[in-house]
Design a protein around this ligand. Structure first.
Ligand code: NI
Length: 245
């Protein structure tokens, strides 16, 4: 079930059946010379879309801007400050709690969101504890690429060449989601094996074309179909512990 295409009476009825919701969250940032700037939003969104069509679980609109300061030296990248993202997540959570939602599952597509989103959760839990408000809210952040099946498929398909940014895994899934948007580009083999960075200048010095150890050219839409299938299985396993499907 998709929040965007629902009416308020439909949501009212949903809340009588169940009180959980999925919120896809991604980013708008460069993904190397052939990766789409929307990759990190497209990936969780296509997974969430399938869930909304096959299960009675409500899916919220995707939060498409994330914490991407380290990508700002590449044209097109947009970042929220960590404090802004923390505020956005808190406002989204507070809005949904108002209606009676108790279990909020953030389906994430971008590693840079993890620290701010987790901090936002801590802020919300702290408010409840300080106010001695016992209304229980369950918040969970889970990245689609962190499940066992997806990680095994990445290892098996790409090994070390998966790298950590503009990975062939995420590009495959985005090309599967939007086959007519697939791009191909000649890529230089030189790749830094570093995984740390500071600001966007340091990032660009170490990773001049935007990829981090990833051979993006290995991405295919056919593999993306497999990633989609495995990510759904990983998700359902994770969700089972969070709220009864
Ligand atoms: Ni990404």
């Amino acid at each position: 079930m998709d929040l965007e295409f629902s009416t308020w009476p439909e949501i009212e009825r949903y809340l009588k059946r169940r009180t959980d919701i999925i919120i896809p969250i991604g980013s708008t940032e460069q993904h190397g010379p052939m990766g789409l700037i929307g990759t990190d939003s497209i990936c969780p969104e296509v997974i969430a879309k399938t869930i909304s069509e096959t299960h009675d679980i409500l899916v919220a609109p995707t939060i498409k801007l994330g914490m991407s300061q380290h990508h700002l030296c590449f044209p097109g990248s947009i970042t929220l400050r960590p404090a802004t993202l923390i505020a956005v997540v808190q406002d989204v959570v507070r809005s949904l709690i108002t209606h009676g939602f108790t279990h909020l599952f953030f389906l994430n597509g971008h590693g840079g969101n993890v620290a701010p989103v987790t901090t936002a959760f801590s802020e919300i839990y702290t408010d409840h504890s300080l106010a001695q408000d016992q209304a229980s809210v369950h918040l969970h952040l889970w990245s689609w690429f962190s499940g066992t099946r997806v990680r095994n498929l990445s290892d098996l398909s790409f090994g070390e060449a998966n790298g950590s940014h503009a990975t062939p895994s995420e590009l495959s899934l985005s090309f599967y989601a939007f086959p007519d948007k697939e791009k191909r580009e000649e890529l230089s083999p030189a790749q830094s094996t570093k995984t740390n960075f500071r600001d966007c200048y340091d990032f660009k010095n170490n990773f001049p074309d935007g990829r981090m150890g990833a051979d993006s050219s290995l991405a295919t839409a056919a593999l993306g179909k497999k990633f989609h299938e495995f990510a759904l299985e990983d998700f359902l396993e994770e969700y089972q512990d969070f709220y009864q499907v």
